[in-house]
Write a protein that binds this ligand. Structure first.
Ligand SMILES: C[S@@+](CC[C@H](N)C(=O)[O-])C[C@H]1O[C@@H](n2cnc3c(N)ncnc32)[C@H](O)[C@@H]1O
Length: 249
């Protein structure tokens, strides 16, 4: 089993091992704490099992999470890692949209672990430059936030600025074209990463070098679009239209 950060990490092997992990084989107390956080905005139980398996293998020390919601991915991170010393979390809607459920889940675990924990209740595009300016560095960044193409690009851009060579970015929700488009851009242009897309929605990115592009380096990318997600987008658009017309009546 691969168990440490290194530039020679085989991320295919990490994904294979994580995908083979069964929910039933996770310790009961971990299952319970993850289950307590699951909501429609979370990853599913099988996907959280994969995330937990990835975290166990990467075993990060300094982590950043962008997009907390009810805290499922943060709990998988906290309980899956054995060496974590600090965690920074960004979410502008934790109080207004999630009744601080994610924060409570983290604090419950952190009473035991006493990590250096920082919460920034703001948008990623204002919080991330502050973290960079304050000199923060990470070996693990989890991105599951706005999902808009441009915000997601900004999140990855700043994550890369603060990520050690040898560190990892994990992104959820690749089937959505806004996120999948960013990953397609990264696959073509971020040559300093090895990117694994074997899982249907979780993407694992391993930073293997510094960014060595010149200003003229740019490679085309095409945005993958799945019929299933196009249908969902159409559904969301009609729901929004119905709400908006209801509001004007
Ligand atoms: C899909 S949920 C995250 C789910 C979470 N990772 C989990 O496992 O439960 C998306 C989160 O991103 C947050 N968010 C939305 N826009 C954001 C932005 N611009 N910057 C940071 N977070 C944002 C939302 O408040 C929400 O909590």
């Amino acid at each position: 089993m691969a168990t440490r950060m290194s530039e020679n990490f085989d991320i295919q092997e990490i994904m294979r091992e994580a995908s083979a992990l069964k929910w039933e084989s996770i310790p009961r107390h971990v299952q319970q704490q993850i289950e307590n956080t699951i909501a429609p905005t979370s990853l599913t139980k099988p996907d959280l099992t994969v995330l937990y398996g990835i975290v166990q293998q990467l075993d990060p020390t300094r982590a950043l999470e962008v997009g907390l919601a009810t805290g499922s991915s943060a709990v998988a991170l906290l309980l899956g890692s054995s060496k974590l010393t600090s965690l920074d979390v960004i979410d502008p809607y934790q109080s207004s949209g999630f009744h601080n459920k994610g924060l409570e889940a983290i604090q419950l675990i952190n009473n035991q672990y006493q990590l250096d924990f920082q919460f920034l209740p703001e948008f990623s595009h204002t919080a991330l430059p502050k973290l960079l300016f304050s000199g923060k560095t990470y070996d693990y960044v989890f991105i599951d936030a706005s999902h808009k193409f441009d915000s997601t690009i900004i999140e990855v851009f700043y994550a890369d600025q603060m990520l050690d060579v040898g560190g990892f970015i994990i992104m959820d929700d690749r089937p959505w074209p806004m996120v999948g488009g960013v990953i397609a851009f990264l696959e073509q242009n971020y040559k300093h990463y090895t990117i694994n897309t074997d899982h249907y929605r979780i993407t694992l990115l391993h930073k293997t070098d510094q960014d060595r592009r010149a200003w003229f380096d740019f490679w085309n990318f095409s945005v993958p679009r799945s019929p299933e997600h196009e249908r969902k987008i159409e559904e969301y658009r009609s729901q929004r239209k119905a709400q908006q017309s209801g509001q004007t009546k």
